[in-house]
Design a protein around this ligand. Sequence first.
Ligand SMILES: [Mg+2]
Length: 526
Amino acid sequence: MAATIFTRCFGRLLKLQKGSRVLECVKRSYVASKMEMQEVYNQTKITAEMQQPMPDQEPEAIFSNNELSLSDVEVYGFDYDYTLATYTPELHSLIFNLGKEALVRLLKYPRDILDFEYDSDFAVRGLHFDTKKGLFMKIDQFHNIQLGTVYRGLQPVTDQEVKNLYEGTHIPMTNMNSFYGVGQMHQMIDLFALPEVTLISQITSYFIENNISYDPEYVFYDIRNTVQSLHTSGVLHDTIMKGLDKYLNTDKCYETKMLLEKLAGEGKKLFLVTNSGFPFIDVGMKYMVGSDWRDLFDIVIVNARKPKFFKEGYRPFRIYDEEKKAPEWGPVTSMRKGIIYHQGNHIELQKMTGWYGPKVLYFGDHVYSDLADPSLRYGWRTGAIIPELETEIEKQNSEVYKSSVRWLVSLQHLIDEMQHQNEADSKELIQTWLQERDELRVFTKSLFNPQFGSLFRTYHNPTYFFRRLARFADIYMSSLTNLLRYSSSYTFYPHRILLPHEPSLYSQNLQLEQGVDRGGLGSRVK
Ligand SMILES: [Mg+2]
């Protein structure tokens, strides 16, 4: 066994180095000297640099968590905000500015906050806020805090303080607020939450710097309720309607129209379920698709109150009177094209339309409100719109990211295989490798966002956000219009996920190479 420890793990390297001192030392003994370990490190690094670069990923592709054939889909449903309609970064600045003004005007927050400016680079979506401790953080799929992503206001919290505060890094499921339970950990899950995160962070920092006593839970709910009232009062919608050129992402309008016309032209049923009111979506859809946009949709449902629309079955549909701009009182017993429906619920929708199960594909940007219940309770197929995906893939495609990850993976593998070297100077060397690995992790994280990294991964796991996304969405994409790239009979096949106990392609390649070298190096371990 001893003679093969290096050959098993570094067959590729040894093949290149046949006849060298490295090979000799491997053949001689399992215990390697520090110098020999350093040589293996050097050669591993050369090998990593010589590896074929990872292929680019297409930023406008659609990715699948589950097999989905579009030829089985007869009915396409859509959310409106951030699904059919996408917005410019100006909208986040608008929410931030209206929010800070309302905090000063209504809740008498210090006037200094009027000078704050929205920083679009500070936060990422999916963070958790601990309302008791006043900290933002990113959590992984196992509910562990990703160290290096914990912030009090705009200031990072040290790893040691985090471990002291949480007695480690694990957050119990019962402390979660989003989706599970009613705990203190609130997930900032939708795109509208980004200005909220930035406002909470800037105000927290202001209170700390000015020695103003504050309870983070009061600050959180003050800001959350204030921002929420921008939506419910109509202030935000009025401002957007007056500035469609400024706030609606006009780049996608033509493609959105093309997509809807293509689907309707192929005989698919189309429907829209939105929490927004009719006047707001009507203005937006006319701007994006044209004044005849309603001809494309079989059913339009407004003020739907998602997630309750999907979760509860008791609130009935009402017909929306466009002249009076109010719902009628009569009961709705059937649903017809051309009518606007107000509120209602998913069970009644299915009964009146017959749109059951996997023939329905529903698209939304909110992983819980739009996708969880339709998928879990009713077996609809689901598609998530995640606009950040496009930028993240572009960063993934950069040479600096690819080469960093290539070396990070090789270095991690080297550390894994060398961890049994027990000489004091060998252990010391492995510590320097671990330090290098940690620096590489922080560097690759910072390429996405210096504070919080990628929306989708922590250092070595999917994020809490991605785990939910993978559970509730059959497919996901940066924009609904990416669908135009696929025919209506296209099948999305997920990648075969490699389980930890299954052999990787990497191992397979090594075995093949070792097979070639077997005469000189002896048989494989085990
Ligand atoms: Mg939405």
